[in-house]
Design a protein. Structure first.
Length: 662
């Protein structure tokens, strides 16, 4: 036996930009398992090769996924040459392709690692050297025997995860308020594109008591305030979900701690979301993948259905949980219309503020998946390929024979559109309800706003007149005078966007969405380019209030004319406020306001009134100015834009028409 414990150093091959956020739980589990079994081993984690070399370990473990396999090989080669100690490989890539174990590594731990690690390091410590003669008797290994790669019998997964202690997070740096936690391993489903089942061997859960104790440790001892359940599928077992929610609620964590997790759309139901809301879930991810029934079934199995995707978005919005779906494009046989259906679902979800974030991936043939087998049968991939190609699968690994690869770039434009649209969905829409008139219909408006969930908050404000806001007694509604504007007048938060409403007009949520999106869709920055920038003091509140309509502009002016210096600033900008008629569209070419607007552009921004070649620029500026809702509808009727689907189909025909080469 050695005089000191073996020093095992774990290092994960990750992209440098991901390293700061990555929490290597795999090595933390190994450290805890070694301590429970009293192994003569000390586990440390290094972030870089230089750190690993400086530690002078006895054995090194490198974990890597397929996209980082080339980096893992470089790490293994450097550490082997610098230290002359055995270097082990682990992770989903080598577990799927054990026969490809390269000479940089002495062995690979395949699949779930705790028991294999225990047996291997016990033999190492007992012999005081690399236990080459013991390797054939240790299940779950691939190892090199000269130039030959040999594999031992597979090791069955640990049936009862109660045998696995919580990870020892002391082996890696503190990540502050954010923490990852695995409450289960594996997934009960077997999607074509995912290697979870082949790696973990099915779904198993840690005991509820273990999960709750781990959460408590993260919160009370490590200061975590955001905990992400890193499971492939956190909600796989409803009674267990209910028990976890009850335990977290009993500890007072909901509302104090933000949780996030992953769900499968087909499991989305009112009871499941009620429990997620109960435990304090604020964000969830799910693989929507496709909104074309045929493609979705090919990717996820016959039980998958597009209605479940929409139901997941609806339930998440109803329970106040931010939803972050992911999508896959480029499946074999996927047509333009099928992919357009997916983008229509995505963009509509963003417009309706049901999608908080999204990702669109090209179908990628990862080892250990059915998609890998398909790509290998076509000769596109193989064990000796450059796995860096998996980072850009549309270049050489494109699997869709139904669409030319050039169309991938067209649809990528729609991805960028969705990303840009998220800018508005992340703004905080604040409704300012003018109750100077129509207060008798306020309850009706309050109910419509509550049901629509389009606005984030709203206030009932007496802008003028003698209405007593104290008489307003509606649950959940704040009412008052102009003093309620005070927090908004002093803020410089560009995320705030204000909507002016009047109870007697009611609210048409679809019309309101169209008003907001019709401008944002044209690259409008409503905070910077509303009418207030040129017609009133330029605070964020004044600028963005114009989203509602022209009466909002008038109300904003009235609210600010009493401010010190406000009128003087207006006069200095050249605006004669006594000539302003708020019910007019101030940006028609014949209006006096348009004249002053043009003068302001020329003086402050060095933009002249459009002449030859500048008509489009002037039109874009005009489109950024939000006018009255009725005028918006008239303008839309006069020059209606084609729908997204129609525009995409037209572009699709241009891409794939006669004579077009792929």
């Amino acid at each position: 036996m050695p005089s000191r414990p073996l020093l095992f150093c774990g290092i994960t091959a990750v992209h440098p930009t991901d390293r700061a956020h990555y929490q290597p739980l795999c090595f933390a589990y190994l450290a805890a398992y070694a301590r429970r079994h009293e192994l003569p081993v000390r586990v440390i984690v290094a972030a870089t090769a230089a750190e690993a070399v400086a530690a002078r370990p006895d054995v090194i473990g490198v974990s890597a996924s397929s996209v980082n396999w080339s980096a893992a090989r470089r790490l293994g080669r450097t550490l082997r040459d610098e230290l002359g100690v055995p270097v082990l490989a682990g992770g989903p890539h080598i577990s799927a392709l054990p026969e490809t174990l390269p000479p940089e590594f002495a062995a690979a731990v395949l699949g779930e690692g705790e028991e294999t690690f225990r047996e291997l390091l016990t033999a190492f410590a007992a012999r005081g050297r690399w236990p080459a003669e013991d390797l054939p008797r240790i299940a779950g290994l691939a190892y090199r025997d000269g130039a030959t790669v040999r594999r031992t019998p597979p090791r069955p997964p640990i049936a009862d995860l109660a045998a696995v202690p919580p990870p020892d997070r002391s082996v890696f740096p503190d990540h502050g308020a954010q923490a990852h936690l695995m409450s289960s391993r594996g997934c009960p489903y077997n999607c074509r594109f995912c290697s979870s089942r082949s790696f973990w061997g099915g779904w198993r859960a840690f005991p509820v008591a273990t999960v709750l104790a781990e959460v408590e440790d993260l919160v009370e001892r490590r200061g975590a305030r955001e905990i992400h359940f890193f499971d492939d599928l956190f909600v796989a077992d409803y009674p267990r979900l209910e028990a976890i929610a009850a335990g977290l609620e009993a500890r007072g964590y909901p509302g104090r701690i933000e949780f996030s997790c992953a769900i499968r759309a087909e499991l989305a139901s009112e009871p499941v979301f009620a429990q997620l809301a109960r435990l304090g879930c604020r964000r969830l991810t799910f693989g929507a993948e496709s909104q074309a029934p045929r493609i979705l079934r090919w990717l996820k199995g016959d039980a998958a259905n597009i209605g479940a995707n929409q139901r997941t978005l609806d339930l998440a919005q109803r329970h106040g949980i931010a939803c972050r779906p992911s999508f896959i494009k480029g499946s074999p046989g996927e047509t333009g219309d099928e992919l357009l259906a997916t983008y229509d679902f995505l963009l509509r979800g963003i417009r309706e503020r049901r999608i908080d974030y999204f990702e669109v991936h090209c179908l990628t043939p990862f080892p250990g998946t059915a998609v890998w087998d398909l790509a290998r049968a076509r000769g596109l991939v193989g064990p000796e390929m450059d796995f860096d190609e998996l980072r850009t699968p549309w270049e050489r690994l494109y699997l869709n024979e139904a669409m030319p690869k050039t169309s991938f770039y067209f649809f990528e434009n729609l991805t960028q559109t969705g990303t840009r649209w998220l800018g508005l969905s992340r703004r905080r829409l604040v409704g300012l309800i003018d109750i100077s008139h129509g207060v008798d219909r306020l309850a009706e408006l309050q109910q419509a706003l509550t049901e629509s969930r389009f606005l984030d908050e709203w206030r009932a404000i007496v802008f003028h007149g003698d209405v007593d806001p104290r008489a307003v007694d509606i649950a959940g509604l704040t009412a008052g005078g102009r003093e309620l504007l005070a927090p908004y007048l002093t803020t410089d938060d560009p995320a705030l966007l204000f909507v002016y409403l009047r109870p007697e007009e009611g609210i048409d949520v679809d019309a309101l969405r169209r008003i907001v999106w019709s401008h944002f869709d044209r690259d409008a920055d409503l905070t910077l380019h509303s009418a207030f920038r040129h017609f009133a003091p330029a605070s964020p509140f004044e600028r963005s209030l114009a989203v509602g309509n022209q009466r909002g502009l008038r109300a904003g002016l009235e609210a600010f004319t009493g401010a010190a210096g406000a009128l003087e600033r207006l006069r200095q900008s050249g605006l004669r406020i006594e000539t302003y008629r708020p019910d007019d569209d101030p940006f028609t070419p014949r209006s006096l306001a348009a004249h002053y607007f043009a003068a302001t552009l020329a003086r402050d921004f060095r933009i002249d009134r459009p002449r030859a070649g500048r008509e489009r620029q002037w039109a874009a500026v005009e489109e950024r100015i939000v006018t009255d809702a009725a005028q918006m509808q008239e303008r839309a009727a006069a020059g209606r834009r084609p729908t997204l689907a129609a525009a995409c189909r037209a572009a699709w025909r241009r891409l794939t028409g006669p004579g077009r080469r792929s």
